[in-house]
Design a protein around this ligand. Structure first.
Ligand code: PLP
Ligand SMILES: N[C@H](C=O)CCC(=O)O
Length: 426
């Protein structure tokens, strides 16, 4: 049987770093990445046949678990009709309608193929609509790898310590102003001097790419007020939080309405999908209605639409999010209890099907500097201890964790029993 190590050696001969997305390489924790053969429900199975309880969920999309029969059936039925037409299909409208119903701030929505395409397009739209160049983002937030947004970003950029990627022209990066998450005062100051040049603010309404950081009361609503006052576009990047923290996303959870929303992950049910949408007046500036160009050969791909639609149908069943939230709460509360018993300093958060845990003495963690101050050695040891016991947490201290409806009470208890032993050994 070929081991993950052997697969990794082979991959590195042909693929940069052996991976097609940097955080998969385990650089944040050391060691070889686990190579996956298949997945079902809450479990991943590696190429050696070992089973893991999965809390990565393909970085968020797998909210109903892996290979859910309803999603697989939709994909199979769609695939038999043809894989791509490059022409409109009725299922695109069905998925768009569902998104608009569940997120009423979205009046028109355009499908793309990834979260990166969604945020890149939303930024272009905000700039074209306002005829301004500058955008505000927050340190530790990741919005995909479009040039304008790869400035002091989160996720793999933090894991690998690459705050400002070479290849992004300085003349473009200078239009991206990066401020501290959860601190509204500097945002007010920047608007008071540069307000007329600011096209928009892009923010993760719950930050899931520097671990998991919740917005403090008044932060999101403060951003809303500033955008209203200065005529800038407020973009909620809900690629991760959309249909994940609540059916209506973080905007419903926190009751703050953005002008534009970017989506991905859950809306594709595990297939490559993204979307951006929002106010009709702004979205009508997109070609072919308006002059701002945006396009995609495979956008609205019928198989991906089928997977997304089936997933949204499952999560729209009443009670879905209440049950999911309970599971996530149970996991995080249990982890904190185990850490306390083992006298390991830890704090954590749970929201919908998303969570984070931090090795810190602090009661809460509100921004990137505070995340960065957490004990990374504990994190690495905990990660590897859990992995050995068949629990697959994110291999980086700068990523959120995800629970799915497929996780059973027994899975959560198994996880906590493993955590008890690993924490005691740190
Ligand atoms: C909040 C957020 N925005 C954008 C992206 C980019 O999405 P993708 O990886 O699909 O390009 C991600 C994830 O990578 C994300 O978590
Ligand atoms: N944090 C990223 C997205 O949310 C992780 C996915 C990736 O970069 O491969």
């Amino acid at each position: 049987m070929t081991t993950s190590h052997e697969h990794f050696m082979a991959a590195q001969q042909y693929i940069p770093g052996g991976v097609n997305s940097p955080v998969r390489a385990f650089k944040g924790v050391g060691g070889d990445p686990v190579f996956i053969a298949r997945a079902a429900g809450a479990y991943l199975y590696d190429t050696e046949g070992k089973r893991y309880i999965d809390y990565v969920g393909s970085w968020g999309p797998m909210i109903v678990g892996h290979a859910h029969p309803q999603v697989i059936k939709a994909v199979q039925e769609s695939a038999t009709q043809g894989l791509s037409f490059g022409a409109p299909t009725p299922i695109e409208t069905q998925l768009a309608k569902k998104i608009c119903e569940f997120m009423p701030s979205i009046e028109l929505v355009r499908m793309v193929n990834s979260g990166t395409e969604a945020t890149m397009s939303a930024i272009r739209l905000a700039r074209g609509y306002t005829k301004r160049d500058k955008i505000i983002k927050f340190s530790g937030c990741y919005h995909g790898h479009a040039d304008s947004l790869l400035v002091k970003a989160g996720s793999g950029v933090l894991t690998l310590g690459l705050p400002n990627s070479p290849g992004v022209p300085a003349s473009l990066a200078e239009h991206t102003l990066t401020l501290t998450y959860n601190d509204i005062e500097p945002v007010k100051q920047v608007f008071s001097t540069l307000g007329s040049q600011i096209a928009g603010i892009i923010v993760e309404p719950v930050a899931g790419n520097m671990n998991c950081v919740l917005p403090v009361p008044g932060f999101l609503s403060g951003l809303r007020e500033l955008c209203d006052e200065y005529g800038s576009v407020l973009i909620f990047d809900e690629v991760m939080t959309g249909f994940r923290v609540a059916l209506g996303g973080a905007q419903a959870y926190y009751n703050v309405k953005p002008d534009l929303t970017t989506l991905g992950k859950v809306i594709g049910g595990g297939m490559p999908v993204g979307a951006f949408g929002g106010k009709r007046e702004i979205m009508e500036q997109i070609a072919p209605l308006g002059p701002i160009y945006q396009a995609g050969t495979l956008s609205g791909n019928p198989v991906a639409m089928a997977a997304g639609l089936a997933t949204l149908e499952i999560i729209a069943v009443p009670g879905f999010f209440a049950e999911l939230s309970q599971k996530t709460e149970y996991l995080v509360t249990g982890l904190l209890e185990q850490a306390k018993n083992a006298q390991i300093p830890m704090t954590g958060v749970a929201i919908g099907g998303m969570f984070g845990y931090f090795f810190t003495q602090a009661d809460r963690v509100d921004n990137f500097d505070q995340v960065n101050a957490c004990n990374i050695d504990y994190f690495k040891k905990f990660f590897h201890g859990m992995l050995k016991k068949g629990i697959y947490f994110a291999p980086s201290a700068f990523e959120a964790g995800f629970v799915s409806s497929a996780h059973t009470q027994a899975d959560l208890q198994t996880t906590l029993a493993a955590a008890e032993q690993v924490l005691a050994s740190l």
